[in-house]
Write a protein that binds this ligand. Structure first.
Ligand code: NAI
Length: 607
């Protein structure tokens, strides 16, 4: 305690005088409740005890070897009841924990029981996030061991609701907030993050969160969730992951009017102001973490997403999950579905509903795959692919008014304004929804697909569930059980005419953790489109006959770590082949190497 914090005799004397005068006034029948007194119901500090310390500067500090309460409060090392008797002795934990000692497995069992008892999924999300802040290894063990059940909690669809209510859920910072206020100081802000060896950054500006639109600063739930999957599904160490939200304001009036909103209370900065901040951010990232840190752009609105990707892909290791990750996972599903549909990709016709980041990103990768496999120019391959946006079929007569990323898809055709007309005219074998608008694959549309195709392939990719273009049930019933269906958000298995169908989930979570891990373990310095193709092929190769028999075109998520290791190995192999890998020499068996590098959340023993 500093000398100035000790109550001096003179202060005590003053207080005694004050108490004597109060007593005298009490005797005289006068009310003695001092309006500033905390005792009397006010908030003032009548005894001056708080003021005795509040003016004095203190230094927050912590010891480097955690023990006792500090150890229990450190999520990286806390094991709760998992601390052994010996650890409780040697780390001053005796008495701070109840006597029982649990195995990590028993802790998982208990937590799953408690999470299942919540009826509201958002409560499950909050429980998971609290666990992450309390006991990191247990959080990851829980997630890995129960991936199918918990993925929809920490990721889409629940994470969408969590972002909408992030202002209320927010308790502790889980990532870095970089706002316009930090302009000119971003390098310093990065240095505030406690971890130094960052390998993967997921960054959003919150402008297009899932299909929910502009959630401003509250988009932070997305990078946090995605990085949790990088660790759980891909094996990147949690300490190497950094979630970042760039706050340039929001155009969401509801948030601006919300007194609990946690972000900058202004309309979005655009143009030079926006790009200057992003430029400072990207330079600071490279300066602080070097050339090999992966920056994943997440949920940026398409007017910035394409530009940022084009701008930084030649100078940084960047990847846009909405454009490239989605493309890669959808392509994997298409390649896998050829076993059910027959023919090659080039034999099919594709129609997209929605021509934004996801739609055009997928379309481009399909064209690239067709071009690579058939040796036709990519411009030629694009002719098999058609897109519909909010103004109808994208055709050459609209070219002048189209955004640049839609122009390559403006083929010769008469204008058509509805999706149904487009289906009837183009006769696609594959219909892909990336519009962000729910219930737009109407019965007419799905029946038209079923009339043209023996096995129509229907992908309703918009998230969250409420925005899906159609449900699994609708796809199966309207096609009399002939559809091959997959969606962005999960749907339960559906029984039609006594046959059980398992809808595939074209979930980016299949690809980005393995892809990112492949880049990390090979020390890649740039992302190349061929690496996306390599990731798709690795994923498609993991679909087995038993899965096809159930109508699945994606393998079950329960095997995701094995799948991620294969994807990582294929991506790393491509990085070495293209001369973009810096971790030398190249390991002989890349799958084994990837598996050996993966983070496992089992408890470690403390000395
Ligand atoms: P975006 O905003 O870039 O594109 C949306 C497109 O849909 C635009 O071309 C727009 O013109 C079109 N559109 C909007 N309303 C329409 C209407 N009523 N009729 C026809 N077209 C309409 O958005 P982005 O990034 O492409 O995402 C779209 C959806 O895809 C979102 O719901 C998102 O959650 C989902 N998505 C799903 C993924 C997955 O399942 N793996 C991955 C990425 C995105």
């Amino acid at each position: 305690m500093s000398p100035s914090q000790i109550l001096r005799p003179v202060n005590l004397f003053k207080r005694m005088l004050k108490m004597q005068s109060s007593l005298k006034r009490m005797k005289d029948g006068e009310s003695v409740i001092d309006p500033t007194s905390t005792v009397g119901g006010g908030v003032g500090d009548v005894y001056g005890e708080d003021r005795a310390t509040e003016d004095h500067l203190v230094t927050p500090w912590t010891v480097s070897v955690a023990s006792g309460c500090t150890l229990l409060r450190d999520p990286h090392h806390n094991k709760g009841l998992g601390f052994t008797e010996r650890e409780r002795d040697s780390h001053y934990l005796r008495g701070l924990l109840p006597p029982a000692v649990s195995t990590q497995e028993l802790q998982v069992k208990k937590l799953m029981q408690s999470i299942r008892s919540y009826e509201v999924t958002l409560h499950k999300y909050v429980a998971m996030m609290e666990l992450k802040e309390r006991n990191e290894r247990l959080f990851y063990k829980l997630l890995i061991d129960n991936v199918e059940e918990l993925l929809p909690i920490v990721y889409t669809p629940t994470v969408g609701e969590a972002c909408q209510k992030y202002g209320c859920i927010f308790k502790r910072p889980q990532g870095l907030f970089i706002s316009l206020k930090e302009k000119g100081k971003i390098l310093e802000v990065l240095k505030n993050w406690p971890e130094r060896s960052i390998q993967v950054i997921v960054v959003t500006d919150g402008e297009r969160i899932l299909g929910l639109g502009d959630l401003g600063c509250q988009g932070m739930g997305i990078p946090v969730g995605k990085l949790a999957l990088y660790t759980a599904l891909g094996g990147v160490r949690p300490s190497a992951c950094l979630p970042i939200t760039i706050d340039v304001g929001t155009n969401n009036q509801k948030l601006l009017d919300d007194e609990f909103y946690i972000g900058l209370r202004q309309k979005r900065a655009t143009g030079k102001e926006y790009y200057d901040l992003l430029e400072e951010f990207m330079s600071a990232v490279k300066q602080n973490y070097g050339e090999k840190v992966l920056v994943q752009f997440e949920d940026f609105a398409n007017h910035n997403a394409f530009e940022l990707l084009a701008k930084y892909k030649t100078t940084h290791l960047v990847f846009n999950d909405d454009i490239q990750g989605t493309a890669s996972v959808v392509l994997a599903g298409l390649v896998a579905s050829l076993k059910l549909l027959g023919g090659s990709l080039a034999d099919h016709t594709f129609l997209f509903f929605g021509a934004g980041e996801a739609g055009t990103g997928i379309a481009e990768l399909i064209a690239l795959e067709i071009s690579t496999k058939t040796n036709v120019p990519v411009e030629e391959a694009r002719k098999k692919i058609w897109l519909v946006d909010s103004k109808g079929l994208i055709v050459s007569s609209r070219k002048e008014s189209l955004q640049h990323f839609k122009k390559p898809w403006a083929h010769e055709h008469e204008p058509l304004s509805t999706l149904l007309d487009a289906v009837k005219a183009i006769k696609p074998s594959v219909l892909i929804g990336t519009s962000g608008v729910g219930q737009t694959f109407t019965q007419d549309v799905v029946e038209a697909m079923a009339a043209i195709n023996e096995r129509p392939l229907i992908m309703a990719l918009s998230n969250p569930t409420s925005q899906a273009e159609c449900t699994a049930e609708q796809a199966y019933t309207w096609t009399e059980g002939r559809a091959i269906f997959s969606s962005g958000s999960p749907f339960d298995p559906y029984e039609y005419n006594g046959k059980s169908f398992i809808p595939g989930q074209a979930n980016n979570a299949y690809i980005f953790p393995g892809l990112g891990f492949g880049l990390v373990i090979s020390g890649a310095i740039r992302v190349h489109d061929e690496m996306l193709l390599a990731a798709s092929e690795a994923l498609a190769s993991q679909v087995m006959q038993e899965h096809y028999d159930k109508g699945m075109i994606y393998p079950p998520l329960t095997n995701i770590r094995k799948i991620s290791a294969h994807i990582a190995a294929n991506v790393a192999a491509k990085a070495y082949e293209l001369g973009l890998a810096t971790r030398l020499p190249r390991p002989a068996d890349l799958v084994k190497y990837a598996e050996s590098c993966m983070y496992t959340p089992n408890y470690r023993s403390y000395r």
